[in-house]
Ligand binder design. Structure first.
Ligand code: AMP
Length: 574
């Protein structure tokens, strides 16, 4: 575990690295080329040379599909040095967005070292702003490992978070500073795991200084789970006995060491949870919590109001921007509100390049803007880019699939706002609606519903072309802040919401509508818990719950059927 001095050193290191980004980036690329120029992959472009200009000139920009044949060969038993000189020790299963096909991302020992450094830097930033959190108390962080799978060659394939939880170094940190027992985190039954993590979090409620999950979805899932199970949890706390359905031996062992009858604690939790409104429930249940730590940018920004409602004024902190491919940025100002979060890139983590995008259509820039990728220190303020990563583990000029916007600089290093996943597009005719467009449209409609006492538990969309002309369908889970969850929605107001969404969509969408090339936008309101079922579906298909991101747009027939079977009411734009 890092010591206080290491955290101070962490801050100093951040200052030094961000002040010297250009040199560090050159050094990172130089070392990657020196080690890997002889690999089968790079030598076809570089002929064994390690020249950086040649790298930029000859090495192609690739997507996962382009390098998949190499990865498959390694997964099937060929030596890893066809791609990277250092041995591949495992693969991380990345989904990017949960709707996508899981990818296998190569990992070498050096990646673990970078992960440890990234974690220390992030903790240094948090401690700077919130005081020494390790001394202040424990973190209630909802974490879920997934079972490992193996490639035919015997290499492990698992989510990066699972790898993190299983790593000795982090296991120690977790067991010391988190209320969630490692046995519960590793339990593959997510319901038993969630129950145990909530139970221990409630038993240790006076020690909890932050409530967290990697992405906002999981904190909200925990709240929904608590809504459904708080009476049972209180009864367990009262009696000191664990419910019979907790059969996982790890969970049982971990709980048995802390469970003892505690009627007083059960009473106070019961008093809080039996209130009509759950506004501020997180703050009430964990009174010493200083903040909620979960990513609330990108597609997660749809959950901000809902988290604020449950958080009761607790600061929302969105501190990291990372992907299975690379650790990228850290939010150096974690107290900034979710809509202003920017991530400062850490120059030591990988070699980063940025493909300029055309602001209006978010396609590759033409005309007045450069189309060649630019280096980290050469990005321009307010410009949009697609991120390319060259990693120490065998990714070269790899498109991560994220769109970022430059919002400023810390020393010489740029800071980026996360804009959206590239290519998540709804389209019927000539219209192209991106993740960000849709988010704006839903936000517009939401402002209409909030005064009526509804909060959003999630939305997604699909292009319904089963009738002609096709139309956009938005599935939406709405919850009444108080009272009956199945409260009737005013059809006039909901039709107005549909209309507001259409108004917010681009000019091309609207002109298609006028010409009847697209039919009226439809909102399908789904039952409580539908989006948890959607998450369960994707988790059953290989996505890690910790890394789950609600897809903005779904294409899978099965996923659409799940939501369709939960529809309570349908509304159309007038
Ligand atoms: P995975 O590798 O499956 O964990 O997915 C990584 C992806 O999650 C990234 O490429 C982003 O699309 C998304 N992501 C990670 N961090 C953030 C963040 N801070 N804000 C928005 N999206 C994020």
């Amino acid at each position: 575990m890092a010591t206080i001095n290491e955290f101070k050193d962490g801050l100093q290191m951040l200052e030094e690295a961000t002040g010297d980004a250009e040199r560090i980036q050159e050094q990172v690329l130089g070392q990657i080329l020196k080690k890997n120029a002889g690999t089968e992959y790079l030598s076809q472009y570089l002929n064994g040379k390690t020249d950086m200009l040649l790298f930029k000139k000859n090495v192609p920009i690739v997507t996962y599909e382009d390098i998949k044949p190499y990865i498959d060969r390694i997964a099937n038993g060929e030596t890893s040095n066809i791609l990277v000189a250092e041995p591949i020790v495992e693969f991380h299963r990345s989904s990017g967005t949960s709707g996508g096909q899981p990818k296998l991302i190569p990992v070498t020992a050096e990646i673990s070292n970078l992960g440890a450094l990234y974690f220390t830097l992030m903790t240094s930033v948090m401690n700077k702003h919130f005081g020494n959190l390790y001394q202040a108390g424990k973190r209630l962080e909802f974490m879920f490992a997934k079972e490992d799978s193996e490639t035919p060659s015997g290499l492990k394939a698992r989510s990066s978070s699972t790898s993190f939880y299983k790593h000795d170094r982090f296991r120690k940190v977790i067991s010391k500073h988190s209320t969630s027992p490692i046995e519960a985190i590793l339990c593959s039954d997510t319901n038993q795991s969630m129950y145990c993590q909530l139970l221990t979090g409630l038993i240790k409620r006076d020690e909890v200084v932050s409530v967290a999950s990697a992405f906002a979805t999981v904190v909200l899932r925990a709240i929904k789970f608590l809504e459904d199970h708080w009476e049972e949890l209180c009864s367990n706390i009262r009696s000191g006995e664990i419910s019979d359905w907790i059969t996982d031996s790890g969970c049982k062992d971990a709980l048995s060491s802390i469970m003892k009858p505690n009627p007083q604690l059960a009473d106070s939790i019961q008093n809080i949870c039996s209130c009509k409104s759950w506004e501020g429930i997180i703050q009430k249940l964990w009174p010493k919590a200083k903040f909620i730590n979960a990513v609330t940018t990108g597609v997660m920004s749809q959950y901000v109001e809902t988290l604020e409602f449950y958080g009761g004024g607790l600061t929302l902190v969105s501190v990291f921007y990372a992907c299975s491919e690379a650790f990228c940025g850290i939010n150096l100002e974690p107290l900034t509100g979710p809509s202003h979060v920017s991530y400062t890139f850490i120059p030591n983590m990988a070699y980063f390049e940025f493909l300029p995008l055309n602001k209006d259509s978010l396609t590759i820039a033409q005309e007045d803007v450069e189309t060649e990728p630019v280096d980290l220190v050469h990005v321009k303020l307010d410009q949009y880019y697609e991120l390319l990563v060259t990693s120490v583990a065998g990714l070269y000029r790899y498109k991560v699939g994220d769109v970022l916007k430059v919002t400023g600089f810390h020393n010489s290093t740029p800071q980026f706002q996360f804009v959206e996943r590239q290519n998540v597009i709804l389209s019927i005719h000539t219209d192209k609606t991106s993740e960000e467009d849709l988010l704006k449209a839903v936000t517009e409609a939401k402002t209409h519903l909030e005064p009526l006492g509804f909060i959003s538990r999630g939305y997604t969309s699909y292009a319904d072309t089963s009738s002609i002309p096709g139309h956009y369908v938005i599935f939406w889970e709405l919850k009444a802040k108080e009272g009956n969850d199945n409260q009737e929605l005013d059809s006039k107001i909901m039709a107005e919401c549909c209309y507001r969404m259409e108004e917010s969509l681009g000019y091309i969408y609207r002109s298609n509508r006028k010409q009847n090339a697209i039919a009226a936008l439809e909102i399908r309101v789904v039952k409580q818990g539908s989006f948890d079922e959607l998450m369960d579906y994707y988790v059953s298909r290989g996505t890690s719950m910790t890394q789950y991101k609600t897809p903005s747009c779904i294409k899978s027939k099965e996923a659409i059927n799940i939501l369709d079977s939960k529809v309570m009411s349908k509304f159309f734009s007038p």
